[in-house]
Design a protein around this ligand. Sequence first.
Ligand code: ATP
Ligand code: MG
Ligand code: FE
Length: 346
Amino acid sequence: ATVLAIETSCDETAVAVVRKRHILSHLVASQVAQHRPYGGVVPEIASRQHVEAINSLVAQALEQSKSSWTHIDGIAVTCAPGLVGALLVGLTVAKTLAMLHDKPLIGIHHLEGHIYASCLENPDLQPPFLCLLVSGGHTSLIEVKDHGCYTTLGQTRDDAVGEAFDKVARLLDLGYPGGPAIDQLAQTGNPDAFRLPEGKISLPGGGFHPYDSSFSGLKTAVLRLVEKLRETEPILPTADLAASFQRTVAKALTQRTIACALDRGLRTIVVGGGVAANSGLRQQLQQAAQKQGLQVLFPPISLCTDNAAMIGCAGAEHLERAHTSKLTLGAQSRMAIANIMDLYQP
Ligand code: ATP
Ligand code: MG
Ligand code: FE
């Protein structure tokens, strides 16, 4: 199936045309510059920027894909989770186009899109597999039993890992968004310079939760460390701090992911979300998986953060199973991935 896909859940306006698992066109208008002065995403600004960007992106995506509306089999759109005002912009455009051109509408859960990003580079990838989803809002281990059949086995109890990267970057005055800045600076630092807590979750009966994590304690530990260092050091050792933080995060994620894959008997690990771009995580997870004879797939860097190609890929999969949404489909700020079949008509 050939699908036109729209993604506006946060601060990227994205439109793509995808033929099953093949990208025909893929455009992302990032709003990072507009949000940077505020150090984070401002919802009202996000909605307004989506409105301004989206129509011309749809036209460009169609043109670059060399498709006309007759070639498009359906319209996929992110409808949950995300900023409701931002989601509504994409959803409204998608519904209008669906009505105007008489095409089926396919509502897509944003995290399912992140899971499918790896399929664009590995078209033969099929469930079952384990997904490590690491993004600005999520840190989850998801068992993908079948297309559309997801079980969340582990998650963060507080901050998402991308959020931790962004907050630590702010502490180190590295600007916004913080993930790429920490990643780059960490290359020149010593990862063994500082010992930081790995954010294990204690269980009432003793021991630790095998798959859940916490990143707010780690962020606070970096804050305390920075405060202490500022008292004695003329120059803050930011590269060593970045490298130590990144190493700690990568280690924590790697341990839980490998343990989960082995426990569940899943031989393939698919990583998704913005933090899948992180070089420290890529290295550590790749190495650990190799030792265990497991396969790990990372999307190309450009498909780790938000884009519409991944939404189109998930959309094509649903359309082929006749999973389509009603035109009354709404936007939801939160939605468990286990409930995605609620998005489709009975
Ligand atoms: P969600 O997908 O949970 O709704 P989101 O869509 O805002 O959240 P993504 O766009 O998937 O999140 O990812 C953005 C996050 O990825 C940001 O927190 C950013 O700092 C982080 N990130 C991007 N590149 C890197 C990198 N190289 N290393 C670490 N973090 C990174
Ligand atoms: Mg973003
Ligand atoms: Fe995302």
